[in-house]
Design a protein around this ligand. Structure first.
Ligand SMILES: NC(=O)c1ccc[n+]([C@@H]2O[C@H](COP(=O)([O-])OP(=O)(O)OC[C@H]3O[C@@H](n4cnc5c(N)ncnc54)[C@H](OP(=O)(O)O)[C@@H]3O)[C@@H](O)[C@H]2O)c1
Length: 315
């Protein structure tokens, strides 16, 4: 019997896992690997017994597969709430990842893990590279950095890759996101105050999903990840205010949006004022050239309920 490669996506209901599922369904008809998605109810990162229960059917039949890669999209992502419950954030974002690493080391599995631009403090004035030293400001950022560190032993063998991304959005977001919140308020005509002194890049989860599938295929072909750590975001830069204005423009709605400074906006978590990340390595090593954030956003807005008929989509 021919052996297959296997991908197990953890965090089935995350924006990113939804985008991976959509990308595979729409664009990847080659079926070169098997893929399974696990939600928190069937695979809880923080519970080693739940992890084993979910993964054992594959681990006990390891000889049926060539390579197995765990794609970890699951995380404690509530940046504000993490300030109140740092232990919970650490339990998922650091201990949970450590639990995965232990299973991966025992069973020779690869891990593709997602991290964040919030590991940086924003003191730089040119895009952060993979060489830059992280210095997170928030509990969420600190917990994600601790998670990154647990992957070091696997990274050194080419068996793990951490992808840092920024301001991720998708039109399917079980727990909401900036895009859906702003779109909803604009449709209701609610006046908005939006922060205009934090610079970053809104990143389309579908674009990241496309890259993840490319990186997985190369891993299966080459037997190791090309890079241990990689920055992925769409091209360009924006403040949250620019982002909100673009949402209004692409929705074709009048915008009653006031730019405000971070000081005027009540927030428990400190966020970097500057979190642009360089995509030089992505371009040179993977020959992947991300699209402009505004173009990617415009396409996703066409997928929001009520906007499907207004224009052409990419697929
Ligand atoms: N959103 C952003 O702006 C952003 C920016 C940069 C990086 N990232 C990173 O990108 C990745 C994907 O983010 P996202 O926005 O797509 O995530 P998301 O939509 O917020 O979803 C996170 C998922 O993680 C699951 N989860 C939480 N605790 C878990 C546990 N103990 N075991 C298993 N699953 C658990 C949640 O399950 P339930 O649905 O059951 O709650 C949820 O479905 C994360 O690593 C995040 O840190 C996100």
């Amino acid at each position: 019997m021919d052996k297959r490669d296997l991908v197990i996506v953890i965090g089935k209901n995350s924006q990113l896992a939804q985008a991976i599922a959509d990308y595979i369904e729409r664009q990847d008809k080659t079926n070169s690997f098997q893929i399974h998605f696990f939600d928190r109810a069937t695979l809880d990162l923080t519970s080693p017994s739940s992890l084993l229960l979910a993964l054992n059917p594959y681990l006990l039949n390891r000889e049926l597969y060539n390579s197995i890669v765990l794609v970890n999209t699951a995380a404690y992502t509530q940046v504000e709430k993490a300030e109140e419950e740092p232990q919970k954030a650490l339990e998922v974002n650091a201990t949970g990842v450590q639990n995965l690493v232990q299973i991966a080391q025992k069973n020779r599995l690869g891990i593709l893990h997602i991290s964040t631009d919030f590991v940086f403090d924003g003191e730089k004035r040119c895009p952060y590279t993979e060489e830059d030293t992280p210095h997170p400001l928030s509990v969420y950022g600190k917990s994600k950095l601790e998670g990154e560190k647990t992957l070091k032993p696997l990274q050194s063998e080419g068996m793990a890759m951490v992808i840092r991304t920024s301001w991720l959005y998708y039109h399917k977001a079980a727990h909401g996101n900036f895009l859906l919140t702003i779109a909803d308020k604009l449709k209701k005509g609610t006046p908005l105050n939006v922060v205009n002194d934090q610079l970053g890049v809104p990143t389309n989860a579908y674009d990241l999903a496309e890259f993840i599938v490319l990186a997985l295929k190369l891993f299966f072909k080459e037997g190791r990840f090309r890079e241990p750590l990689l920055h992925f975001c769409n091209e360009g830069s924006a403040t949250w205010y620019d982002y909100a204005l673009a949402i209004a423009t692409y929705l074709g709605l009048p915008s009653d949006i006031l730019p405000v400074s971070s000081n005027e906006y009540p927030s428990r978590a400190l966020r970097p004022h500057y979190s642009l990340m360089s995509t030089q390595l992505l371009k040179s090593v993977y020959n992947y050239h991300p699209r402009k954030w505004s173009e990617a956003l415009a396409e996703t807005i066409l997928r929001l309920p009520g906007n499907e008929q207004k224009g052409e989509k990419r697929d």
